[in-house]
Design a protein around this ligand. Structure first.
Ligand SMILES: Cc1cc2nc3c(=O)[nH]c(=O)nc-3n(C[C@H](O)[C@H](O)[C@H](O)COP(=O)(O)OP(=O)(O)OC[C@H]3O[C@@H](n4cnc5c(N)ncnc54)[C@H](O)[C@@H]3O)c2cc1C
Length: 438
């Protein structure tokens, strides 16, 4: 068994946080706010097991793709964000709630297996816990579309966004006679923002096709906020994004996207935001919903000693009784609540039910061009853009990076994009040599 000790003694109480996303960061913050003294004194030990060594602030993905912010702004090393935690770079492989142990494999052992590596079962290590928080998030179901995993892009695995950003920049910088086509699959918030960002960056050199299976994009907004949904339609038209409704991405090859209606699009890049599946760590199978999410109790525990929130969890809204949406706001608030309840548990106090009711949603189509809904009130244009930015800055894990984002936007206002589209000579276009242009 792996023993993590501080000063020669295992802490009285060990909290293990799985994942390095919003849930983990905010569970840690909640814990530090309500039991920081115990953590600093070593009475409570916090261990984070994450496949990524940095937190990804997904909300600014569109700005990164559009060249408005450098990729680095969205990444905060976990050791900086959680200085009192012991961060282990590895993948959780199983949960045994009965014995309160979690199994995991170190990233080093996975990438460079060495015979005789110290472990209990092959490369698997075992860590005991008093409390475990599952914040492993979700991933695009890439394997459900043939060819997508090999030839397309999804945006949640470590490094995905950096690779995609380079690819889009190459396409935007390419000065051939024919335009590159970027196909974005999925007409939810993420897909709409990605399509807008690529079109914004690529301008006339890149054609963007947004493929959506429903009869209108942004279904989650259209019923409650039809004016905002219509504004999104207008923004996509302004940016030249072609929207194809009622069709699904059926398969992807190196240079084409094939659609469910039998048509195909020549495509140098395919980006899929086709909904997501929770990342499941085996164990606790009796406590999952049909989508594989861990069903939480009102206080966000799953079973005694195990807690869950964010995209990996099915958390019920306190008033509507429906599962809360899978987005950063709910992951943040769920994580905070778990941290607070953990602190109550140490003190022997009863836990509290999750009572957060929501705030709103937002999407951006470029600087000064957003749609936002705050407590049911719709906003567009600059007001919506400032509201969204303020919310994002508030929840960025690093104050320093938040300050840099403000400086980036100020620079952008004064001089144009902070990350200019490179000239063709500056980029390696070899990667696009086999890609067709439309
Ligand atoms: C491109 C994009 C744009 C988005 N834009 C917005 C937006 O504008 N507003 C908004 O509210 N939401 C947005 N979202 C959604 C939002 O990012 C997610 O809802 C949120 O990240 C969920 O938080 P989480 O903590 O549950 O998971 P994540 O933040 O995804 O974190 C999961 C963590 O678990 C780690 N992990 C996975 N498997 C394991 C394992 N087996 N062992 C250990 N670690 C593991 C991952 O590496 C990661 O660190 C966007 C998502 C994407 C992809």
């Amino acid at each position: 068994m792996t023993t993590l000790v501080r000063g020669g003694h295992r802490a009285r109480y060990r909290v293990v946080l799985l994942g390095g996303g919003y849930v983990t960061l905010h569970a840690y913050a909640g814990l530090m706010r309500h039991a920081g003294r115990a953590v600093r004194a070593g009475d409570v030990q916090v261990v984070v097991i994450s496949t990524d060594d940095a937190h990804s602030f997904h909300g600014f993905t569109g700005e990164v793709l559009a060249g408005l912010l450098p990729y680095d702004r969205t990444r905060t090393p976990l050791v900086d964000a959680m200085p009192h935690a012991h961060v282990v770079l590895g993948r959780a492989t199983a949960i045994d709630a009965e014995h309160r142990v979690v199994r995991y494999v170190l990233a080093d052992d996975e990438s460079d297996p060495r015979p005789g590596s110290p472990s209990d079962t092959g490369y698997e290590r075992v860590l005991d816990y008093d409390a475990l928080v599952v914040g492993t998030g979700g991933r695009e179901p890439a394997t459900t579309v043939p060819g997508l995993a090999e030839h397309g892009f999804t945006l949640r695995a470590p490094g995905d966004i950096a690779v995609l950003t380079d690819r889009v920049r190459e396409a935007a910088a390419h000065r051939g006679l024919r335009r590159h086509t970027v196909v974005v699959a999925g007409g939810g918030m993420a897909g709409v923002e990605m399509a807008a960002a690529v079109a914004d960056l690529g301008g006339a050199r890149v054609r963007v096709e947004l493929v959506h299976s429903g009869d209108a994009i942004l279904p989650e907004l259209r019923d409650d906020q039809p004016r905002l949904a219509r504004r999104a339609d207008q923004e996509l038209r302004r940016l030249g994004v072609r929207v194809r409704l009622g069709v699904r991405l059926a398969s992807v090859t190196e240079d084409h996207a094939y659609l469910s209606d039998g048509t195909s699009l020549p495509a140098s890049t395919v980006i899929a935001t086709i909904g997501q599946r929770p990342v499941q760590v085996p164990g606790l199978d009796a406590h999952r919903d049909p989508r594989g999410r861990l069903v939480t109790r009102p206080d966000l525990s799953v079973v005694d000693g195990v807690w869950a929130a964010g995209d990996a969890a099915c958390v019920v809204h306190p008033t509507s009784g429906e599962p809360v949406p899978a987005n950063a706001l709910w992951a943040i608030k769920g994580g905070e609540h778990v941290g607070r309840n953990l602190a109550r548990t140490f003190r022997g106090r009863p836990t509290k039910p999750f009572a957060y009711r929501g705030l709103g949603q937002a999407a951006s189509f470029g600087v000064g061009r957003s749609i936002s809904e705050l407590y049911g009130i719709p906003f567009t244009g600059w007001v919506a853009w400032v509201l969204r930015l303020t919310f994002f800055l508030r929840f960025m894990p690093s104050r320093r990076k938040a300050g840099q984002v403000v400086a980036d936007f100020a620079r952008h206002a004064a001089h144009g994009r902070s990350t200019p589209v490179p000239e063709p000579a500056e980029v390696a276009v070899a990667g696009l040599a086999t890609a067709r242009t439309a």
